[in-house]
Design a protein around this ligand. Sequence first.
Ligand code: HEM
Ligand SMILES: [Ca+2]
Length: 299
Amino acid sequence: EPRLTTDFYSKSCPRFHDIVRDTISTKQITNPTTAAAVLRLFFHDCFPNGCDASILISSTAFNSAERDSPINLSLPGDGFDAVVRAKTALELACPNTVSCSDIISAATRDLLVTVGGPHYPVFLGRRDSRISKASLLADLLPLPSSPISKTIRQFESRGFSVQEMVALSGAHSIGFSHCKEFVGLVGRNSTGYNPRFAVALTKACSNYPKDPTLSVFNDINTPNKFDNMYYQNIPKGLGLLESDHGLYSDPRTRPFVDLYARDQDRFFKDFANAMQKLSLYGVQTGRRGEIRRRCDEVN
Ligand code: HEM
Ligand SMILES: [Ca+2]
């Protein structure tokens, strides 16, 4: 099995990195929600069944694809659009050469850097899947309402430690969540929400049954900056999702929340390593898979 390398396109597409960086930074400037959109797209592509761009395939009359499974319906169009733009530019420069899955990984890293996150090397040479089925996705991604033990098991079964899970959750330092993902639990006493924050959230979401697009920043203090504020918020009851609070009520995860809250360098280091590890999870190389011509359909 060939291994991924950082210089995979150095001969076949020498401008690969420049083209990805240029397209996504233009997109991020016109639409600042792009970074979070692509980061979540990356997670939802890689975590269930490996980084193979299966998330980008559109459904057909004969196949309901991953992106149409309920958990993926809230993935913002800007994430898909950013990848498609980079693919279009890359097909002009180096036709039939660059996989959509490599674009997702490189774009995620570049966008993280534009919002203040750590830089890490991106290994390349992934091939794209020929299969994308909504039905195969059931229960493979964590839900905010999942018991933390279940989420830990999901990460451990893919080789990720509890510490890596907590570090990756720092992705919620940027982006937003729709009201329906958290509002049901906000008013209950048993949960970890700061009472004033709970009142503000209830108010912000009061019209959500009529307006399902209503949403709230994941990190109320620095919503557009990738930093360790997410971990500083949680002990104060300012985490948005029940799964964010959950990291503080469980003795297995709590020490890492405290560690990352006081040490941003340590968070960046562990996050970068865990992102690299996730970007290699379940990849297809060599003769497996294909280089998709269009990211939204198999060749
Ligand atoms: C650990 C369990 C996790 C749970 C339960 C969870 C759940 C969620 C939910 C419910 C949303 C809101 C989606 C919406 O309403 O549109 C969200 C947003 C987000 N998640 Fe997670 N997530 C988890 C881990 C991760 C990881 C590991 C990453 C990336 C490495 C990630 C990246 C994101 C990003 C960037 C957003 C914001 C998306 C946007 O602004 O468009 N999440 N997550
Ligand atoms: Ca932040």
